[in-house]
Design a protein around this ligand. Sequence first.
Ligand code: GLC
Ligand code: CA
Length: 527
Amino acid sequence: MTEPLWWQKGVIYQVYPRSYADSNGDGIGDLAGVAARLDYLVDLGVDAVWLSPIFPSPMADFGYDVADYRGIDPRFGTLADFDALRDAAHARGLKLLLDFVPNHSSSEHPWFLESRASRENPKRDWYIWRDAAPDGGPPNNWQSYFGGSAWEWDAATGQYYLHQFLKEQPELNWRNPDLRAAMLEAMRFWFDRGVDGFRIDVLWLAIKHPDFPDNPANPAWREGMQDIERLLPAHSADQPEMMEIIAAMRDVTDAYPERVLIGEIYLPIPRLVAYYGARGNGVHLPFNFHLLDATWDAAALARLIAEYEGALPAGGWPNWVLGNHDKPRVASRVGPEQAAVAMMLLLTLRGTPTLYQGDELGMPNVPIPPERVQDPQALREPDTAFNRDEVRTPMPWDASAHAGFSTVEPWLPLNPDWAERNVMAQRDDAGSMLAFTRALLQLRRAHSALSVGSWHAVSSDGAVLAYERRHGADRVLVALNLSDAPQALALPDWAVTLAPVLTTPHHDLRAEGATLLLAPNQGILLL
Ligand code: GLC
Ligand code: CA
């Protein structure tokens, strides 16, 4: 086996820059704030930082509406601040990943201003314009992920343009060679500036069926589900032409050493793994989001892991995600008692884990008073959409005013328990989620079985999920009690001589010969 690359053995940490650390007292996190917290990340033990978008943006969707692919929004700082952050990260051995948003730009991007200026404008075809249907309505039935039609009428030029998110996020036309070249140039711009890779936003949506047929109805749609789920995205997502575009992105990337592409792709496993590319020329890591909505029991998790492991193409490196800036916090989803078990799972499965900021503090969803809601999705679909603000609240650093995040009231409220749930309070508390996460990351770094070893099921009968990680002579057993009752696990012969070295917080470590006893909600690692 060739030496594993940094993104294979490493752990990625997602920073939502607006909410990480505010260096200049405007209530909004920024690049200098992130730079000042890098030592925390080194101490935690992660390897790479992915920053959600930091580019100039009207912030209709908090940066996922990019108005310039080659700049820094003044709220976050300057290009000089970016360079300083890059250097500070690299000096500490941390990789730095940016968020590339190829599916849509901001409606204030100069390209779109030109495109909408007239039908004859050379950039008209850089976006997706269509005539009205015969009745004057939208060209087809496609829905926006944020509610309503995906088409917006432009009276000045008498056509509709496509937006699968906000109307302030017009979709780029990847069938246009000039647009394609301009976007690939933007990737080169950041690679030349020393960026170690990209997380690519809504990658599976970036090209649509050339004829824009209606999407079929979703027979599973029920009252209370979001608009977008009324239809199956047969023609608006996951089109065959996607692979050729990704291959072009990959060519750009492979011209630089050891860069990584991570694709945001919400698809069932059989389709997800296609994004590794038929000849290994897809993205390096198609984000595996399947833990985000997995049924939280041993059998279901074991089935998921086995299905995913079995579906990976030769040479395809696995990865796992338990939280991000769009989805409910894992501590709320599985419950606070299971949060440490979930962390142990994430950091001991085979493949690259991505850890979302705040999950290392066991942060739950934070309730947002109605008058402070900012998430455009929640504002448009208040009854059916998850309010993403609940997982985007400021990082609580200490018990000083505004939790050390800012010197003023932050843009979103803090977690109500910030005076106790903060980095300072947990740092020196051996029983904290933070200390536990750090210990897991240390073990992962020290043991190749955990970072790059193979994965083997040991048990998923009843409430205990147990598995082996193995690399050469290095063997690890992980046993997770997914229930709130005590459990016993008969250890396989090879594991009887192992020593229990790490447990979830507030539990005892005891070896009982051939039987491992697990307290309610306990996870144990033996090696
Ligand atoms: C991705 C982002 C999400 C954003 C959407 C539109 O899903 O993670 O935050 O709203 O794309 O860019
Ligand atoms: Ca700031």
